[in-house]
Design a protein around this ligand. Structure first.
Ligand SMILES: Nc1ncnc2c1ncn2[C@@H]1O[C@H](COP(=O)(O)OP(=O)(O)OP(=O)(O)O)[C@@H](O)[C@H]1O
Ligand SMILES: [Mg+2]
Length: 259
């Protein structure tokens, strides 16, 4: 296999995040040094309250009040305007969070197509792309349902489809399969695995040790710090050997659509 040159996409230098004031002051992130290469699939584990979600929020530019340095693709996030950060968030980053809400007045397909508006995609193309990803998630028959007509697991899958529809190169997932049954979890994990194989970077928080088999690296956290950091023999997927998500995936999705 060809040797892949590592390309750091995320570099954290003595990252700290402090919450509260006075007696209530504490560090949720307490000095993290970490380099994440393009195309890695990282699983983050650790006990409740150790700072996993706080870290994801920082990585996803949702929280910029930090100490230390966060470099995203060679640029220190501290130097980016909030407008620039919002642009990067909408173009490059896909969030899969547990508390995501669909817009109740919109159909499933309109919800999924929403992020593409910010990319300037035409309406017809938006609906086509949304339809394709819904088919990938086995939700093709629910395109024109309203959110209240879905089960909890289906709602979660629609929200995940919405997070991934604009082909983000960095995917941040906070317990993406937390509330799902094993069938729905499998669909989500296969989709993440596929995104990983196409060269995208995935950072996933999970409490489920079995899901770490999808990852190329497992990081455990404790009290706002990294406790262990282990490269894993990548059993379920391989790193960076395929082209990033984009044209190829679209073609595949288009084919599925017309089939
Ligand atoms: N907005 C906030 N204000 C004050 N403290 C906060 C805030 N957000 C998180 N914390 C604290 O920071 C610490 C880390 O929280 P975080 O949500 O990152 O934990 P976690 O590892 O994601 O836990 P879980 O596995 O339960 O989701 C906790 O002690 C939490 O109480
Ligand atoms: Mg959390």
């Amino acid at each position: 296999m060809a040797k892949i040159t590592p390309t750091p996409v995320i570099v954290l230098k003595d990252l700290k995040k402090r919450f509260g004031l006075g007696d209530a002051e504490h560090y949720a992130i307490d000095g993290i040094n970490l380099t994440i290469q393009k195309g890695e699939f990282i699983a983050i584990m650790g006990p409740s309250g150790c700072g996993k979600t706080t870290l994801l929020n920082i990585l996803g530019l949702l929280d910029s009040k930090i100490e230390g340095d966060y470099e995203l693709e060679d640029r220190s996030v501290a130097t980016l305007s909030s407008r620039r950060q919002a642009h990067i968030r909408s173009q490059q980053i896909g969030f899969i969070f547990q508390s995501f809400n669909l817009i109740t007045r919109m159909t499933v397909i309109e919800n999924v197509a929403l992020p593409l508006i910010y990319k300037g995609v035409t309406q017809t193309a938006r609906l086509k792309q949304a339809s394709a990803i819904l088919h990938n998630f086995h939700l093709g028959e629910r395109e024109y349902y309203m959110p209240h007509q879905l089960s909890g697991g289906q709602t979660q899958r629609v929200a995940i489809a919405r997070a991934l529809v604009n082909d983000p190169s960095i995917i941040l997932a906070d317990e993406p399969t937390g509330n799902l049954d094993s069938y729905a979890s499998h669909i989500i994990m296969e989709e993440l695995s596929d995104l990983h194989k196409r060269g995208n970077t995935i950072i996933m928080v999970t409490h489920n040790p079995r899901l770490t088999t999808y990852a190329s690296r497992v990081i455990t956290m404790l009290d706002g710090r990294i406790a262990t950091d282990t490269q894993t023999p990548n059993r379920k997927s391989e790193t960076g050997t395929k082209r990033p998500l984009g044209k190829k995936k679209r073609t595949k999705r288009k084919k599925e659509q017309t089939a």
